[in-house]
Design a protein around this ligand. Structure first.
Ligand SMILES: C[S@@+](CC[C@H](N)C(=O)[O-])C[C@H]1O[C@@H](n2cnc3c(N)ncnc32)[C@H](O)[C@@H]1O
Length: 275
């Protein structure tokens, strides 16, 4: 196996990301299409499924420009990025965190390093912005957070070399996925099970019922074209109803985004496929 192939093999998500699918992938395996040429992940987040599949051709997109910038800089500038992260590691303190959070940074490389630094040190790895689009998550309670995992970043960089990575709303997938050789995995912000379980505010643009319907319409159109489409969402009547024409599989998950550890139990989620 070549060095690059070995490096790619150990690639895994390099960010903490709400809704990350790492722990569920084993349950997803029976539902992957047996073959496809191009992989699309329009709600990229931490990209857990991409790192599991390591497809040769992929189009990875998300609406979060800071997240996308971080993926691109890991792909294109991994060594200078590691150097910046070492600097953050050395300087990390409560004062430094809040200073970095506020700072205006213009170069993509430094923005990516700051984004990864904040992701590793903020409360629960959350990403939340205020109405002005400023990141506003408080510092997390970590004794010695690992801010720079250089080996992991190098393997992620190798895995991303041939990936196209862009800021796009999910509908943009309609412009490029047309055939049965295309495989699209949608992992949107989940429809809330109750008003208090709502965790859809990844950015200023939160994801509401109308967005879930628009997404369903995109799913239907892709399925009509013969594209292989897979989508995860919460297990609730609304989602079961709007995807009633497709195959619905139940997945057993633990509730991860709950600050009260006692409330982290098993819940059922849905995986919907067009094939
Ligand atoms: C549940 S997370 C994806 C988790 C990811 N699959 C993983 O394993 O880490 C949802 C993602 O959707 C993105 N998002 C929210 N609204 C969007 C939209 N309208 N178009 C594209 N991406 C969107 C968020 O920025 C967030 O990264």
């Amino acid at each position: 196996m070549s060095t690059q192939a070995t490096q790619q093999k150990i690639a895994r998500p390099f960010l903490k990301w709400a809704g990350g699918k790492n722990r569920l992938i084993q349950q997803y395996i029976p539902y992957f299409p047996p073959e496809f040429t191009t992989y699309y992940e329009p709600f990229l987040g931490g990209g857990a499924l991409f790192f599991h599949l390591l497809p040769k051709t992929s189009i990875l997109t998300d609406i979060n420009a800071e997240l996308v910038n971080a993926f691109r800089e890991v792909r294109d500038e991994v060594e200078p990025l590691i150097a910046f992260l070492h600097k953050h590691q050395m300087n990390h303190s409560k004062e430094y965190y809040y200073c970095m959070r506020l700072m205006h940074i213009s170069t993509p490389l430094e923005r990516a390093a700051r984004f990864i630094y904040l992701n590793k040190t903020c409360f629960n790895g959350l990403y939340r912005e205020n109405s002005k689009g400023e990141f506003n998550v408080p510092i997390g309670k970590y004794k010695n957070p690992k801010i720079c995992n250089a080996a992991l970043l190098r393997s992620v960089s190798a895995a991303l070399q041939s990936a196209q990575i862009d800021v796009r709303p999910f509908e943009a997938v309609l412009e490029s996925a047309w055939t049965c050789q295309d495989f699209v995995f949608f992992d949107p912000p989940y429809h809330p099970l109750s008003p208090t379980s709502n965790f859809t505010a990844y950015s200023r643009n939160s994801f509401n019922e109308a967005d879930q319907i628009r997404l369903r319409d995109v799913f239907v159109e892709l399925a009509r074209r013969g594209v292989k489409v897979m989508l995860s969402n919460s297990d609730c009547l609304f989602i079961r109803n709007i995807y009633g024409d497709f195959k619905i599989h139940e997945i057993s998950a633990s509730r991860m985004i709950n600050s009260n550890a006692k409330k982290r139990g098993k819940i059922s989620e849905l995986l919907i496929t067009s094939y």
